[in-house]
Design a protein around this ligand. Structure first.
Ligand code: F6P
Length: 353
């Protein structure tokens, strides 16, 4: 009987379970067994996991997280890591591996591919920054969560005539902040792709104040860097990614805005009482049930990944391109990050006034 492995690596993401179900259902319908490794590459290094049954996956597309668990274990940073994964696969009799992950997890899959291991990649990240696919599943759920949070922050900010800075995930790209910000009428959206000075930011906050607008909502991606603001380094994860969440971006920005408004000499007396607050949405954006779009995208990607494995067409990544599910080049996908393009950002900027 043919056998294949599956794992979910990196930050979890709503829709992972839909992919797992798609893979298991399709493989088993063709007589292929699926071994689920626990906790991403950690399970593949230590041979921890279990054979998955149809019962294991029934209805799981409705749930967040991943039934297999995840970790940021980096095979490439572990001595003989790749050889250990190959040995584990041989031990279990696996002909290939379906790796569901972002650029880090798929980067490992791509290195294994170069060694001759049969891999299929499935693109996953709430950040939506993997290239060769229109969307990564999880992104739409995360953006909806951020949008709902901003909708709520609008009313409290307006009631108190405050500025509220809302920090979204997105360590290299600003897809979530942009999508949620446009949808929830954020008055300014700050993303890593388009740096801004503090003066640029204050122009918007001040002009809203002068026009008598009661409040300002600023959506900021965690990876945004303000010229002149120190990036407090808290170290890196196993893949060398900067740990950003605690660098107090939203807090610092909020405090700077409040101070600048209170001390501005071109504003009225009331500005001396100006208040600003901040909210870091953090892992709330990754938790809970996936939206309908991500459940369906995950399902389709999972089924397509299984189809490639069944046909023996390894070395590819499944992707959504113009609403079709296709096989894309894994190597290209991990080489280049998908960034927000200028045209999209400029369209959003029309409302920054
Ligand atoms: O998976 C991507 C991501 O959600 C980023 O947006 C964020 O910076 C990072 O993961 C947080 O990682 P962790 O859960 O390891 O703190």
């Amino acid at each position: 009987m043919r056998k294949i492995g599956i794992l979910t690596g990196g930050g979890d993401c709503p829709g992972l379970n839909a992919v797992i179900r798609g893979v298991v259902e399709k493989c088993m319908s063709e007589g292929m067994m699926v071994y689920g490794f626990y906790d991403g590459w950690r399970g593949a290094l230590t041979c921890k996991g279990r054979w998955l049954s149809l019962r294991d996956v029934e209805g799981i597309q409705t749930k967040g997280g991943t039934i297999l668990g995840s970790s940021r274990t980096n095979v490439l940073a572990i001595e003989n890591g790749q050889e250990r994964v190959v040995r584990v696969m041989e031990l279990l009799g696996l002909e290939g591996l379906i790796a569901i992950g972002g650029d880090d997890t798929l980067g490992v899959a791509n290195e294994l591919r170069k060694l001759g291991v049969n891999v299929v990649g499935v693109p996953k990240t709430i950040d939506n920054d993997l290239s060769c696919t229109d969307y990564t599943f999880g992104f739409n759920t995360a953006a909806d969560i951020a949008m709902e949070a901003m909708d709520r922050l609008q009313t409290t900010a307006e009631a108190h005539s405050r500025c509220i800075v809302v920090e979204c995930m997105g360590r290299n790209t600003g897809w979530i902040a942009l999508q949620a910000g446009i949808a929830a009428d954020a008055h300014l959206i700050l993303i890593p792709e388009f740096p801004m000075t503090f003066d640029d930011i204050m122009k918007v906050v001040k002009s809203r104040y002068i026009r008598g607008e009661r409040h300002t909502i600023i959506a900021v991606a965690e990876g945004f860097e303000l010229t002149g603001m120190e990036d407090i380094q808290l170290g890196t994860d196993a893949f060398g990614n900067k740990l950003l969440l605690n660098k107090d971006l939203a807090k610092n920005l909020s405090e700077m805005i409040e101070h600048a408004m209170r001390t501005a000499d071109d504003l009225d007396e009331n500005a001396k009482l100006f208040e600003s607050r901040y909210v870091v949405l953090g892992h709330i954006q990754r938790g809970g049930a996936p939206c309908a779009f991500d459940r369906v995208l995950g399902t389709r990607l999972g089924i397509k990944a299984a189809e490639l494995a069944i046909k023996g067409e390894y070395g590819m990544m499944v992707a959504q391109v113009a609403s079709k599910i296709v096989a894309a080049d894994l190597n290209t996908a991990v080489m280049e990050r998908k960034k927000v393009d200028r045209e999209f950002y400029e369209a959003a900027s029309l409302y920054f006034r």
